[in-house]
Design a protein around this ligand. Structure first.
Ligand code: SF4
Length: 354
């Protein structure tokens, strides 16, 4: 280890919020060796507004401007091991089109709603049928042209993707899984990895903005299909990727372990390398506490372009290694207009498979 390559490690250990953090020195040395991949890119700290958020460094703006709706309320037929539909619980239930319409209009009037995510539990084939909601989306978009709509696509085909596009959906979000074992064991789903790639290609062939997610540690906390999922995304035409980290908290106790921050940091570096100049974002879902502080520090040092709900210390890391940064209140995988958001971040406090 040269003196040069100790600079980042020494500097970030001096940050007060990180003084008890357990960093992997070799990993940071490697990140510093690839410093150009990080320090030449600005990093955006996003603070989505659908849940209370505040750190010592950044504040939430406090309005419900981009909520998530579930068209199945808390119901899901797939019941993946990592989630068992718990991810849907905090979403606003909108099981009928007219409920979605009414709630969106109310939130526009009272909470300055700028857009929303449409989600839901999926069927046994990991599909969600949104078709009866499309007329409402079309009308809302006609009445409120500023509205930005994101959707968890689940698995779909070209026609399904075109229907979303025709309804006026701006952003398609989906999880990409790179290992058959994970699809079978964690999702209880009998579909090949290719179906995830085909869905990605289908949504990429529309004019929708596409925001694929990879859940790091989805295989019970182990790293398994992540690199293959990165390759799938690298082969696609999509311009951004959201990384999240599995949260064993949502799963049945004892079934998942928390992936090590070192494993997570390695995936960050692999993603930066494989995806070149595309936007690489760290979504809201990741284990809390010191794990999150270390994860976020690695995200900044590995050159991710955006971090949702940054942990204490993340801003200081950017400052320390000389990365320009800014804060955006606009959440999510949605461009909220000129001057507010240029790129993508993530909305989902989950990464619903759906
Ligand atoms: S990840 Fe999505 S499909 Fe899987 S259980 Fe949760 S809500 Fe259902």
């Amino acid at each position: 280890m040269t003196d040069f390559s100790n600079q980042w490690l020494n500097a970030i250990q001096a940050i007060e919020d990180l003084e008890d953090a357990d960093f992997n020195a070799a990993l940071i040395v490697e990140m510093e060796r690839r410093a150009a991949a990080a320090t030449t890119r600005p990093v955006r700290f996003s603070t989505p507004t659908f849940k209370e958020y505040e750190t010592s460094e950044l504040q939430s703006c406090g309005k419900n401007s981009f909520p998530a709706f579930s068209i199945t309320a808390a119901g899901c037929a797939l019941m993946c091991d990592h989630c068992e539909a718990r991810i849907l619980e905090p979403m606003i239930p909108a099981v009928k089109p007219e409920i979605l319409d009414r709630k969106v209009r109310e939130l526009i009037e009272h909470e300055d709603l700028q857009g929303f995510l449409l989600s839901g539990g999926s069927n046994r084939r990991n599909e969600i049928n949104y078709s009866r909601f499309y007329p409402v989306i079309e009308k809302l978009k006609r009445d409120f042209p500023h509205l930005r709509v994101a959707i968890h696509t689940a698995l779909t085909d070209e026609q399904g993707a075109r229907d979303m596009e025709a309804a006026g959906v701006d952003t398609a979000m989906l999880d990409i899984i790179g290992a058959e074992e994970t699809i079978k064991d964690v999702y209880h789903l009998d579909r090949p990895v290719e179906d995830f790639e085909r869905t990605l290609d289908a949504v990429c062939s529309t004019s929708m903005q596409v925001s694929p997610h990879i859940v790091i540690g989805l295989h019970y906390g182990r790293i398994l299909g992540e690199e293959n999922a990165l390759d799938i995304i690298a082969r696609s035409t999509c311009q951004a990727l959201v990384l999240v980290v599995i949260m064993p908290f949502y799963a049945r106790p004892g079934t998942f372990v928390t992936p090590s921050t070192t494993d997570v940091g390695h995936i960050f570096m692999a993603a930066r390398e494989k995806l070149g100049d595309r936007q690489l974002l760290l979504g809201c879902a990741r284990p809390p506490g010191m794990h999150k502080r270390v994860t976020d520090a690695y995200a900044v040092m590995a050159g991710l372009d955006g971090i949702a709900f940054p942990a204490d210390g993340a801003v200081a890391v950017a400052d320390t290694i000389g990365r320009p940064f800014h804060q955006a209140h606009a959440c999510c995988s949605v461009k909220l207009g000129q001057g507010l958001e240029r790129g993508l971040s993530t909305l989902s406090n989950s990464s619903c498979a759906a």
